[in-house]
Unconditional design. Structure first.
Length: 324
């Protein structure tokens, strides 16, 4: 089920189903709102986005209220999550999935929001976007790639490519917007060559792992898996969580894997990543592309969970075409 495309003048509602928006600096909230206004959208905020407790989130009831209000309000055409965190999976048993299925809308976020994205897709069939938070629109520099991909995903009907960005950065931009280092990028990292077509399923690997064995875990049958991790991950945790996912009964028919670029603090080197993939006999005959532009390293592309993708990689050349 594809949500209606966003158009100029549409209202985008910001909600905080994981960490409270209170942790975002006021200037970044202002810049993010201004950016979305410049794209032609009107920004509104959930009633409880800035409420918080000692865990810098708020009650399940308040977060569910904002989520349901956003899907229920006919004036709201798209929903952006404020940022990620740790607590989104607390909501899964309390979501009115029938309400969402009856009011399909663009819903976007990544990291901890993967719990919501995967559950909503599994329960309703609604294509959900793994892409920028509302806070991401508050990045001052190096944002053009992200903006273009977001607009291609949520405003156009045509298929779009996920090409390597000209450069990337892993700075803590939210601490200092002026002192940033950008690293040139020409190609993605091809670990296994090949071609594949399939349905996109994935998001943050550790968060997806939380759903295994529950009614909220999407099937991996005939899919192209896209996965990423944050700075808390390391090569050992990545190895075992990926292995756990590959042991899912329907993972035997995986058609390809896209891996987002790791943050520097994870110390996951390209050599270590290649070694881990080499130990996975399940992946021997399918294409695997790493250092792809999604996840916690900027800039990020917008990836539609549940949509069709075609990937091809040979040598250093890669093609990733998304159709949502």
């Amino acid at each position: 089920m594809l949500p209606n495309r966003l158009s100029p003048g549409d209202e985008i509602r910001v909600i905080a189903p994981s960490t409270s928006m209170a942790v975002i600096k006021g200037k970044q909230v202002e810049l993010a709102t201004e950016r979305l206004n410049q794209l032609g959208f009107t920004v509104t905020f959930g009633k409880h986005v800035e409420d918080h407790d000692e865990f810098f989130t708020t009650s399940i009831e308040q977060r569910i209220e904002d989520l349901h209000d956003a899907f229920r309000d006919p004036n709201v055409k798209g929903i952006l999550t404020a940022l990620g965190g740790y607590h989104a999976n607390q909501l899964l048993n309390y979501i009115d999935y029938d309400l969402i299925q009856s009011n399909p809308k663009v819903f976007c976020g990544y990291s901890d929001i993967t719990a919501l994205s995967a559950a909503i897709y599994q329960k309703t069939g609604l294509i959900i976007y793994s892409g920028p938070f509302f806070s991401t629109f508050g990045v001052k520099y190096g944002i053009d790639y992200m903006l273009q991909s977001f607009l291609e995903a949520v405003t156009n009907d045509a298929p779009y490519d996920v090409n390597p960005s000209p450069d990337w950065s892993d700075d803590k931009w939210y601490l200092d917007q002026e002192e940033r280092t950008f690293i040139k990028q020409e190609n993605y990292l091809v670990i296994h060559e090949g071609e594949a077509e399939g349905k996109l399923i994935g998001g943050n690997l550790s968060t997806l792992h939380l759903l295994q064995g529950t009614e909220y875990m999407p099937s991996l049958k005939d899919c192209i898996l896209f996965i990423e991790e944050d700075s808390e991950a390391h090569i050992h945790s990545f190895d075992r969580v990926l292995q756990s996912l590959l042991q899912q009964p329907d993972a035997a028919s995986l058609r390809g894997i896209l891996i987002g670029r790791f943050q520097k603090e994870s110390n996951v080197t390209e050599a270590a990543l290649k070694r881990v993939i080499a130990t996975k006999r399940e992946l021997k005959n399918i294409p695997v592309i790493a250092n792809v532009n999604f996840g916690h390293v900027q800039p990020i592309a917008t990836i539609p969970m549940g949509a069709n993708a075609v990937i091809s990689c040979s040598g250093a050349a890669t093609t990733i075409i998304l159709n949502a």
